[in-house]
Each structure stands twice: as structure tokens, then as C-alpha cells.
Design a protein around this ligand. Structure first.
Ligand SMILES: Cc1cc2nc3c(=O)[nH]c(=O)nc-3n(C[C@H](O)[C@H](O)[C@H](O)COP(=O)(O)OP(=O)(O)OC[C@H]3O[C@@H](n4cnc5c(N)ncnc54)[C@H](O)[C@@H]3O)c2cc1C
Length: 380
């Protein structure tokens, strides 16, 4: 039985563990966090991820947890209604083979199905490889040998740093910060079954009610120096970027549990190769498209699925398997990264004109001819 060590128990790492187990490999997952990281905002899970979920057998459970239908309710910063994009329009834009769900629900379904050995509170400090295998040193000094090492440790990947080079060689900073967390209840004034959105020059705040008590909050703002925001810490950075008083935000940031918050810069990872010998990167570690690309979890699951498929097709030639895998993914990743860079202004418009231009089609979205145009635009 072939042995694989997977670094990171996020969407990419768990999907890789699940798929490699399905083709007869023995996975060991190591995760730096002391326990599962279940947080995050809503993701639209579609395209190659949706197809992979169908093949893997997790689509019914994902569908059960997905949002049934939702509107986008636009509010003023004081919480007064402005306009609403109806669910029917949104579902036409997203398409049939797509699910909107909490990132944490996707993580939970993959975790249950993967049923893999996970060592929490562990990281990797060293990697060396020879013709017969790869040796991985963990934070506690222990060493494990495997046939393959998968770096699925996200945007700030340690495996990438150890094997491919420093983050600055690959990271493209998109000049925004994102914060996301799950909420215990819907804030007063938020519409049930809606994504309640306050969009202003420079920043957006959203509360999503996905049904069944699942509520998540999301902050995004533009900034000149993402490193300085991270150094400030999430609570102080968000309070400065969303000064009060503001509907829902002021209360939320007042009692913020910083450990439960996902807070990071928005960035892409651009690399000219995703594997070196017996080490391969999957998910954000390899190709982060960013939330502006809007397809990160789909690519993570789709990429993991394709990795297992190509390894199975080339059982005695790892190099050929990894080359075929990368060739099968490159075009899709490049396209999503391009779309992500083209979409920067949509989340934190730089001025009133950009804000108005961005919201005009939304305001008109219920009008049939505009709906038709939008549908064509999103299908392109
Ligand atoms: C808790 C959480 C919440 C998120 N929320 C959002 C969100 O709201 N919006 C959004 O756009 N994106 C969010 N993301 C990122 C999103 O999940 C990814 O863009 C996408 O799903 C691809 O997943 P990934 O598995 O490649 O990376 P990630 O989801 O980032 O997973 C990487 C995993 O590796 C672990 N890890 C990192 N470094 C090490 C190390 N050195 N050793 C061991 N383990 C390590 C991390 O703890 C994490 O569990 C979130 C990620 C996390 C972890």
C-alpha cells in the first residue's frame, strides 16, 4: 500500500485524503491547528468541484446541507432596506450544477467521508527526498517516510516554502483584507433567508442566513498594506476599517471572538510548477485564485479528485502522473485567476462611481432583459 503524507486538513487536504484512500493509498494528515477549523463564510461549490463530488459520492450530503434559496438584500449602513436581488435571478446566474453552502459544512462532509488519520497540532519542519521516497520531519522532531508528500496547507504554505521557495516569489497581493465567522444568531434587522449586504466605497459587510440556524458574517475592505493589517490583529483592524456606529457590525466587533474568525489578506499564488519530485502542492498552496476568483473550494476538491485519477492511471510513474495532473488543471486555474483579478473592484469599490456602476445591474436584475444579459455574461 502506498503511503501519502498530507499537510493541512482544509478542503484540499481532506479531499486529497478521501480520494487517495479510495484508490488504495494510506493517508496521514497533519494539521497545525489543535482541532478542526470549521469556520468561514459561504462558498459557491460548482464546476469541476461539483462533478468531483458526484464521482466521490458526497454530493447527496452536500446538497442536503446547501442553502435552498436566498435573496441579496442591500441595506444602508444603518440597516435600512435599499433594494433586493431575488433568489430566482441569483440561481439563474449561478446555474443548476452549483451549491451555496458554508465552508464549514463542506469541510465537515469531507472530514466524515475521508475517515483518515489526522494528527492535529502538528506541522512540518523539514523535507528531503531520494529516488525511493520522501522523508518528512514534524515539529516534534519525529520523521516519517512516504511515497508522496502533499502540501495542502493553504495560502501561506510551509511545504511550498520548504520545497519551492519563499512566499514572496509566488504571492500576488490583491490589496484587500477578508474576515469571516459563523454567528450564533441572525442580527436584528437582517432578512431571513437572505444575504444582507452593506456595500460602500472601500468596504462590504454581509450577513448570510443559509437556513437551519446557519448564519455567517463576512467583512471585506481595501487597504494599501495587508501585512500592516495582519500585524494589527483582526479586532483592531476591523474596528478601524468599519468605524461605528453601524448596523450589526458594531455589536459584532464589540464581542468578537478573534480565534473563531478567519482573517487574512486577499491574494493569489502563481507558480510555474506545482510538483517537485515526490512533493506536490494542491489547493490554495499551489494556485490560490482568491475569493475574487470565487472558485477556491471547487478547484481544491476538483484538483484532489484529478490527482487521484492520474495517480491511478500511472501507478508506476509518479512523474508522468503529476505531469498529466498539472496539464489537466492549468487552463482552468489560469482562467479563474484572470477572472479573479478582473473582479477586484466588485467587493470594495474605490469610489462612488465604481459603486454605482457595480450596483446598477443588480438594481435592474429583476427586469427580464437585464436578467437575460446577466445570465449570458455569467455563462461566458
Ligand atoms: C477556517 C477557515 C475559514 C475560511 N474562510 C474563508 C472565507 O470565508 N472566504 C474565503 O474566501 N476563503 C476562506 N478560507 C479559505 C478557503 O477555505 C480556501 O481558499 C479554499 O477552500 C481552498 O482550501 P485549501 O484547503 O487549499 O486551503 P485552506 O482552507 O486554507 O486550508 C489549509 C489548511 O492547512 C492548515 N495549515 C496551514 N499551515 C499549516 C502547516 N504549516 N502545517 C499543518 N497545517 C497547516 C490550515 O490550518 C488549514 O486547515 C478559509 C480557510 C479556513 C482554514
Amino acid at each position: 500500500m502506498k503511503r501519502v503524507i498530507i499537510v493541512g486538513a482544509g478542503i484540499a487536504g481532506l479531499a486529497t485524503a478521501l480520494r487517495l484512500r479510495q484508490i488504495g493509498w494510506d493517508p496521514l494528515v497533519v494539521e497545525r491547528a489543535p482541532a478542526r477549523r470549521t469556520g468561514g463564510f459561504a462558498v459557491v461549490f460548482s464546476g469541476m468541484g461539483y462533478g468531483a463530488a458526484e464521482r466521490i459520492g458526497i454530493l447527496p450530503e452536500l446538497t442536503r446541507r446547501a442553502a435552498r434559496g436566498y435573496d441579496f438584500a442591500y441595506l444602508t449602513r444603518n440597516g435600512r432596506p435599499r433594494f433586493k436581488v431575488p433568489a430566482s435571478m441569483l440561481f439563474r446566474m449561478i446555474g443548476d450544477d452549483a451549491l451555496t453552502m458554508l465552508r464549514g459544512d463542506l469541510e465537515a462532509v469531507l472530514y466524515e467521508a475521508a475517515d483518515a488519520e489526522i494528527r492535529f497540532g502538528t506541522t512540518v519542519t523539514g523535507v528531503s527526498q531520494d529516488a525511493g521516497g520522501v522523508e518528512v520531519t514534524f515539529g516534534d522532531g519525529t520523521v516519517e517516510r512516504a511515497d508522496l508528500l502533499v502540501g495542502a496547507d493553504g495560502l501561506h504554505s510551509t511545504v511550498r516554502k520548504l520545497v519551492f521557495g519563499p512566499e514572496r516569489d509566488f504571492l500576488v497581493d490583491l490589496g484587500h483584507m477578508v474576515g469571516a465567522l459563523n454567528l450564533e444568531r441572525l442580527p436584528d434587522g437582517a432578512a431571513e433567508g437572505s444575504f444582507s449586504t452593506v456595500s460602500e466605497v472601500g468596504r462590504t459587510f454581509v450577513v448570510a442566513d443559509l437556513g437551519g440556524g446557519r448564519v455567517a458574517g463576512y467583512f471585506i475592505y481595501g487597504c494599501p498594506d495587508t501585512g500592516a493589517e495582519l500585524a494589527l490583529g483582526p479586532g483592531r483592524a476591523l474596528r478601524r476599517a468599519f468605524p461605528g456606529p453601524r448596523w450589526a457590525v458594531t455589536d459584532l466587533l464589540g464581542g468578537l471572538d478573534e480565534d473563531a474568525l478567519y482573517f487574512d489578506g486577499v491574494a493569489q499564488i502563481v507558480m510555474d510548477r506545482w510538483s517537485r519530485g515526490r512533493v506536490v502542492l494542491v489547493g490554495d498552496a499551489a494556485w490560490c485564485v482568491s475569493l475574487f476568483g470565487g472558485y477556491g473550494s471547487s478547484l481544491a476538491v476538483g484538483g484532489a479528485d484529478l490527482l487521484a485519477t492520474t495517480l491511478e492511471a500511472h501507478p508506476d510513474d509518479l512523474g508522468a502522473a503529476l505531469a498529466a495532473w498539472e496539464a489537466g488543471l492549468r487552463a482552468e486555474v489560469a482562467d479563474r485567476q484572470r477572472r479573479g483579478r478582473a473582479n477586484i473592484a466588485a467587493h470594495a469599490p474605490r469610489n462612488r462611481l465604481e459603486l454605482a456602476i457595480q450596483q446598477l445591474p443588480l438594481r435592474l436584475a429583476a427586469v427580464p432583459p437585464v436578467a437575460h444579459l446577466l445570465r449570458r455574461h455569467h455563462a461566458a
